[in-house]
Design a protein around this ligand. Structure first.
Ligand code: GLP
Length: 239
């Protein structure tokens, strides 16, 4: 595991963007797994800047996103679909046909999940997966549980996560109680993983995940078993 501890959020974002850009520059048809949340927003701004300056080309890139609330309409401003278009996809030259997002309106979530896994496989797997971490150690929407989930499935969100995400919805009651999420197995299948961690509020989850026991109660701890993880954390997150 490679670990970069940066001075602040800005430096974390630049470092992360450099790593993602290096992946795309070494293989222009890379398959990139994207994450939502506040943490990667600065990284996405850097990627947009590189793309507009001409040093980074997304035209051959395929994308998969980790998760989506369920149910939620695709045009709901709080959907992760909207988040990704607003914060990245609308501002870069990615081919929109190569953008893959879980459908929060799917009538049959099991079919949606199985097809999503199939699409990842057909694309040749994920070359670089970007991750954030929840306050309770979750990755994507894989909440602390009795066992590690394998593949994409429907997850019941914990009260912790609902509270943490209420800031985007205005009030807690409006946060969907479930989400479709890539599983721990799907995430671990990525060839490389980059995790971004920022701020004091993540210090506890960060230390449990990378310096504690590997347990499904701290889903991110499973990354200790992955062969190619890069951690980019700012000083505040590094307890
Ligand atoms: C959500 C997302 C995660 C993300 C987490 C942390 O729960 N499903 O993928 O890592 O939020 O978000 P933030 O970066 O806003 O703290």
């Amino acid at each position: 595991m490679e670990i970069f501890i940066t001075e602040d959020y800005g430096q974390m974002s630049r470092k992360a963007a450099e790593i993602i850009a290096a992946q795309i520059n070494s293989n222009s048809s890379s398959v990139i797994g994207f994450a939502t949340g506040s943490t990667p927003v600065g990284t996405y701004k850097e990627l947009i800047r590189m793309n507009s300056e001409g040093s980074l080309d997304f035209s051959g890139v395929t994308t998969f996103n980790l998760d989506e609330y369920f149910p939620i309409k695709g045009d709901d401003p709080q959907s992760y679909r909207q988040f990704m278009y607003e914060n990245l996809f609308s501002h870069i030259n990615v081919n929109k046909n190569n953008v893959n997002l879980l459908n929060g309106e799917a009538e049959d979530w099991e079919k949606e999940a199985a097809e999503y896994e199939e699409k990842i496989k057909r694309a040749g797997g994920i070359d670089l997966q970007i991750l954030g971490i929840g306050n309770n150690g979750h990755i994507a929407f894989n909440e602390p549980a009795e066992s590690f989930s394998r593949w994409t499935s429907l997850i019941k969100l914990t009260q912790d996560t609902i509270n943490a995400n209420a800031r985007f919805f205005g009030k807690e009651e409006d946060v969907p109680k479930k989400a479709l999420s890539m599983g721990i197995g799907s995430i671990m299948a990525a060839k490389k993983i980059i995790m971004l961690v920022s701020g004091k509020s993540k210090a506890d989850a960060f230390s449990k995940a990378f310096y504690g026991d590997i347990t499904p109660q701290v889903p991110a701890s499973v990354l200790q078993f992955h062969q190619n993880v890069t951690l980019v954390a700012d000083k505040e997150a590094n307890f």
